[in-house]
Design a protein around this ligand. Structure first.
Ligand SMILES: Cc1cc2nc3c(=O)[nH]c(=O)nc-3n(C[C@H](O)[C@H](O)[C@H](O)COP(=O)(O)O)c2cc1C
Length: 191
């Protein structure tokens, strides 16, 4: 168990109320190793579309600062996101684009873990690789393994209770979160 609590900010890539990814994200605290706490980062749903003219005239919207500050303050960030058209959902990409333009760019040096749940059988693998590429540019440290791809998610997650009902998925998530705790300690946590 680490000497101090590891605070992890979670970011869900889906905006819809009945999101399976949100259900997974909300369940994560039940599967953390000792000494890890996961709390959702402030929302990005209200961000305008990124436009450098807006940034240069009105400045960064307050919700962009709020998200960035939560990322900076966290020891690590976990993304839980669907795949849209083989890539990152537009709203999530827009949020990353906004915070990436701040000075003291919040993802720099930040340990990152990724999970995805999708209706498709491959579970969002292509989204994850695109997200990894963004994180490379932003100089984050994205954990390589274990990977979490929850394919055919409607069969593994109970949409009525929001609970993950597939034991193998739960085991994989516990393994990833335990590995992420070690990864955060190795990579220095907070920047
Ligand atoms: C715009 C859009 C694009 C999608 N593209 C993919 C895709 O490329 N691969 C995939 O496995 N599922 C795709 N899906 C299906 C999603 O995986 C499925 O709707 C999933 O439940 C969305 O996540 P959520 O429940 O967290 O909102 C797409 C869904 C939408 C709305």
């Amino acid at each position: 168990m680490p000497d101090k609590i590891l605070n992890v900010a979670s970011i869900c890539g889906s905006l819809r109320k009945g999101s399976y990814n949100r259900m997974v994200m909300n369940a994560l605290q039940g599967y953390v190793p000792d000494g890890m706490r996961i709390a959702e980062a402030p929302p990005f749903a209200g961000f305008p579309l990124y436009n450098a003219d807006v940034q240069n005239s009105a400045g960064f919207p307050a919700p962009v600062h709020a998200l960035a500050e939560a990322i900076r303050a966290a020891d690590g960030v976990i993304f839980v996101s669907p795949e849209y058209n083989y890539s990152i959902p537009g709203g999530l990409k827009n949020a990353i684009d906004w915070v990436s333009r701040l000075s003291n760019q919040p993802f720099a040096g930040k340990p990152i873990a990724i999970q995805s749940a999708t209706g498709g059988a491959l579970g969002g693998g292509r989204m994850q690789y695109d997200l990894r590429r963004c994180m490379i540019f932003l100089d984050a440290f994205t954990m390589n393994r274990p990977e979490i791809f929850i394919g055919n998610c409607s069969q593994r997650i109970d949409e009525k209770t929001g609970q993950i009902k597939d034991e193998q998925t739960i085991t994989f998530i516990k393994q990833q979160l335990a590995a992420f705790a070690k990864f955060i300690v190795q990579h220095g946590g907070k920047s």
